[in-house]
Design a protein around this ligand. Structure first.
Ligand SMILES: Cc1cc2nc3c(=O)[nH]c(=O)nc-3n(C[C@H](O)[C@H](O)[C@H](O)COP(=O)(O)OP(=O)(O)OC[C@H]3O[C@@H](n4cnc5c(N)ncnc54)[C@H](O)[C@@H]3O)c2cc1C
Length: 595
C-alpha cells in the first residue's frame, strides 16, 4: 500500500508541507461531488421530514431508512465490490459521512453501522466471513454494531475487559460470557463485533443476535441522540461458531484500535456536516427574527457569531479532508481480497493515528461551539424542544465522549509522537536540539516576508510547528520518560499540535484557492484563514507559557519564555472587519459559504 512519497504520520511538524500532499475539498472529483449531493438530498428528503418519529425510536422506520440508504449505496462505500459494496475511496466515504452529519440520531446509527460495525469484517474478515456478512451490511438489510465497552472497561477498554471466550470441548464453537455496555444499534442490530479474552488474549468475534445465549438489554435513556439505539449486549454462555473468530486469537486490540482510528476521522467528518447544517438553519432564523425594529442578523453581536461558526467549520473541513487524503494515499492499491489486507490496512491507518485524533477532538469541540452559539442566536426559542437548536445542542455532546474521550485522544497525540521519536521513526528529538541551538540567534524582527497574500500566516504556521517542537523538546528534557505522567502538559501539547496542523491546513488550502481562482475570488479562503489564526495564535502562546511555567522557574524559565515570545511573535489583524465581511457572505448564502 503506502509508498515512500506519502508523508509520515505526524511528519507535518518537521518542516514545510508539500501542498500536493494536502488534499482539499476543492479537489473533489465529479464523483465525490455527486455522492455528497446524493447523500445531502437523501438526508433532506427522507430523514429530516421524519425526525420526530426517529427521535421516538420508531425502529421500523429506522430500519426502512437504513435499507433505503443501502439501496442508494450510502452504506457500502467502504465495502469492496466483490462483496456487494461500492469499494470507493475514503474521500467518497467521508462525503457520505459529512452529509449524514446533519441527520442527528440517524447519523449515529449510520456511522456505527458503516464504521465500527462493518469495517472490522472488511479489514480483518476472511473470505468466507466477508462473503457471508458484507453483502447484507452493505445493503442495509442487516444492521451492525460494535461491542467493546464494558462496565469496568471504558477508556481502558482492553486492560479492563472481563468478557471471556472458551473453546468448546469439540472445538466447534466458543462459549462467550460477559456484558457489553452502551452499544450503539444494540436494539436493532443483527450482527455484532464483540471483544472477549481467550485465556487472557484479547480477541474479536462476529456474533449474531440469534446465536443461543445472546440478548440485549433495555434502551438507555439519554441526554441526546435519543433516536439512536443504545443497549447492553448480554452474553450468557453464548455459542459462537469457531469460524466466527475474527482475524487471529490475541489480535482484538489491533482490530479495536485501528477501527477506532477510522471512527475518529469519520466522527470529525460527521461533526462537520452537523456544523454546516446548524449554520444554515441558524442563519435563516436570524434573518427572520426581528427585535428593536430590525432583523437580529443586522446586529454586530450576531454577525460575529455567524462568522466564527463559519470560520471554525472551514478550519475543521480543511483538517478533515487533509487527513482523509493522507489515509487514501496510504491505502491506495490494497487488495481487499488478499490475505494480508488487514495487516497492511492496519499499518496504513495506524500511520495517521495522530491526525485521526486531531480530527476527533477538533470536530467534537467545533460542533459543540457551533451548537452552543446556535442556541444563543435562537434566544429563548433555542431552549425549546420545538426548535432544532435544542436537539442539536443535546445531540452534539456525545461526540466528546465516544470513539475515545477527548482526554484520551489528546493524550494519544503527544504520546504517539513521542513513541515515534523514541523508535527513531520521526526525528523530533533532532529537530528539537537543532531548534534550541537556532533560537538564540533567531530574531522575528529580522524576518522578511514576501509581499503576497497570507505570507504572514504561512510564516506563523511554520513558527507554530517550531513552537510545538520547542515546548515538547523542553518537556522531554525536563521529565524524560516520566513525561507520560504529566497529563496537564500533554493536554496543552496536544492543543498546540491540533492547532499547528489545523492552521497549516487552512493556509495551504487558501493558497491553493488563490492559485486556482485568483486573489479576489479566493477572498473568503484568505479571510477565514486570517481570522482563524488571529484567534489561535494567542492561544498557542498561552499553552506554551503554561507548560513551561510548571517545568521551570527563575532565570531558566525567563529564558524559556523568551523562546516562545520569539517564535510566536505575531502582529494582530483587523479581525472584526474581516468577520463582518465573512458574516455578510454567510447571510447572503444562507449558511456555509464554500462549496
Ligand atoms: C451514547 C453512547 C454510545 C456508545 N456507543 C458505543 C458503541 O457502539 N460501542 C462501544 O464499544 N462503546 C460505546 N460507547 C462507550 C464509549 O465509547 C465510552 O463511554 C467511552 O469510551 C468512555 O468510557 P467510560 O464511559 O467508561 O468513561 P471512563 O473511562 O470511566 O472515563 C471517565 C472520565 O475519566 C477520564 N479518563 C479515563 N481514563 C483516563 C486517563 N488515563 N487519563 C486521563 N483521563 C482519563 C475520561 O476522559 C472521562 O473524562 C458509547 C457510549 C455512549 C454514551
Amino acid at each position: 500500500m503506502a509508498d515512500n512519497n506519502i508523508p509520515q504520520g505526524g511528519g507535518f511538524l518537521l518542516g514545510p508541507t508539500d501542498p500536493t500532499a494536502c488534499f482539499t475539498p476543492e479537489e473533489f472529483s465529479d464523483e465525490h461531488k455527486m455522492i455528497l449531493q446524493t447523500t445531502l438530498d437523501f438526508v433532506a428528503n427522507e430523514i429530516l421530514p421524519n425526525w420526530e418519529a426517529i427521535e421516538e425510536k420508531d425502529h421500523d422506520l429506522v430500519k426502512k431508512l437504513m435499507a433505503a440508504a443501502g439501496e442508494l449505496g450510502l452504506l457500502g462505500s467502504d465495502v469492496p465490490e466483490e462483496y456487494g459494496g461500492l469499494g470507493l475511496d475514503k474521500i467518497a466515504t467521508c462525503c457520505i459521512t459529512e452529509a449524514f452529519g446533519g441527520a442527528g440520531s440517524l447519523a449515529v446509527a449510520q456511522g456505527a453501522h458503516t464504521g465500527i460495525g462493518t469495517l472490522p469484517i472488511v479489514y480483518y474478515g476472511n473470505a468466507a466471513q466477508k462473503e457471508k456478512y458484507l453483502p447484507d451490511l452493505a445493503m442495509g438489510t442487516k444492521i451492525a454494531a460494535y461491542g467493546l465497552t464494558e462496565a469496568g472497561a471504558g477508556s481502558d477498554a482492553v486492560g479492563g475487559a472481563r468478557a471471556k471466550a472458551v473453546l468448546s470441548e469439540d472445538g466447534s464453537h466458543y462459549i462467550l460470557n460477559g456484558e457489553k455496555m452502551f452499544i450503539t444499534n444494540g436494539g436493532w442490530a443483527e450482527t455484532f463485533i464483540v471483544f472477549a479474552k481467550i485465556d487472557g488474549a484479547f480477541s474479536a468475534f462476529i456474533v449474531e443476535r440469534d446465536f443461543p445465549g445472546v440478548s440485549t438489554g433495555a434502551e438507555e435513556k439519554k441526554l441526546g441522540i435519543k433516536g439512536s439505539s443504545t443497549t447492553t449486549v448480554i452474553l450468557e454462555d453464548a455459542q459462537v461458531p469457531a469460524e466466527n473468530l475474527l482475524y487471529e486469537i490475541g489480535k482484538g486490540g489491533t482490530i479495536a484500535m485501528n477501527v477506532l482510528n477510522i471512527g475518529r476521522y469519520k466522527l470529525g467528518a460527521a461533526t462537520l456536516g452537523g456544523c454546516k447544517s446548524i449554520l444554515e438553519f441558524t442563519t435563516r432564523y436570524a434573518k427572520d427574527r426581528a427585535q428593536f425594529g430590525q432583523s437580529i442578523v443586522e446586529f454586530g453581536a450576531i454577525k460575529e457569531k455567524l462568522a466564527k461558526m463559519a470560520v471554525k467549520s472551514f478550519a475543521l473541513e480543511s483538517a478533515i479532508y487533509r487527513t482523509v487524503g493522507l489515509i487514501d494515499a496510504a491505502m491506495e492499491g490494497g487488495d481487499p481480497t488478499s490475505d494480508d489486507y488487514g495487516e497492511k490496512a492496519s499499518a496504513a491507518i495506524r500511520e495517521f493515528a495522530v491526525e485521526c485524533s486531531i480530527d476527533k477532538v477538533l470536530g467534537s469541540e467545533v460542533l459543540d461551539y457551533v451548537a452552543d452559539e446556535s442556541v444563543q442566536i435562537f434566544g429563548g426559542y433555542g431552549y425549546i424542544a420545538e426548535y432544532p437548536a435544542e436537539r442539536c445542542y443535546r445531540d452534539a455532546r456525545i461526540n466528546r465522549i465516544f470513539e475515545g474521550t477527548n482526554e484520551i485522544n489528546r493524550m494519544t497525540i503527544p504520546g504517539e509522537l513521542l513513541k515515534r521519536a523514541m523508535k527513531g521513526k520521526l526525528p523530533l528529538m533532532d529537530a528539537g536540539l537543532k531548534l534550541l541551538g537556532e533560537i538564540m540567534e533567531y530574531s522575528p524582527m529580522m524576518v522578511e516576508l514576501p509581499d503576497e497574500p497570507l505570507a504572514l500566516q504561512e510564516h506563523m504556521a511554520e513558527m507554530s510547528k517550531k513552537a510545538v517542537i520547542y515546548v515538547a523538546g523542553l518537556a522531554a528534557q525536563t521529565y524524560m520518560e516520566k513525561l507520560i505522567n504529566e497529563q496537564e502538559i500533554l493536554l496543552r501539547l496536544a492543543d498546540m499540535v491540533i492547532e499547528a496542523f489545523t492552521m497549516e491546513s487552512c493556509v495551504i488550502r487558501a493558497k491553493k484557492a488563490i492559485a486556482e481562482l485568483g486573489e479576489e475570488k479566493a477572498a473568503p479562503y484568505i479571510q477565514m484563514t486570517q481570522i482563524y489564526m488571529d484567534e489561535m495564535l494567542p492561544q498557542m502562546v498561552v499553552w506554551a507559557n503554561e507548560s513551561l511555567s510548571v517545568m521551570s522557574e527563575g532565570d531558566e524559565l525567563r529564558t524559556m519564555l523568551i523562546g516562545v515570545r520569539k517564535l510566536l511573535k505575531y502582529q494582530p489583524i483587523n479581525a472584526i472587519g474581516l468577520k463582518r465581511a465573512i458574516a455578510d457572505r454567510v447571510i447572503e448564502k444562507n449558511g456555509y459559504i464554500l462549496g
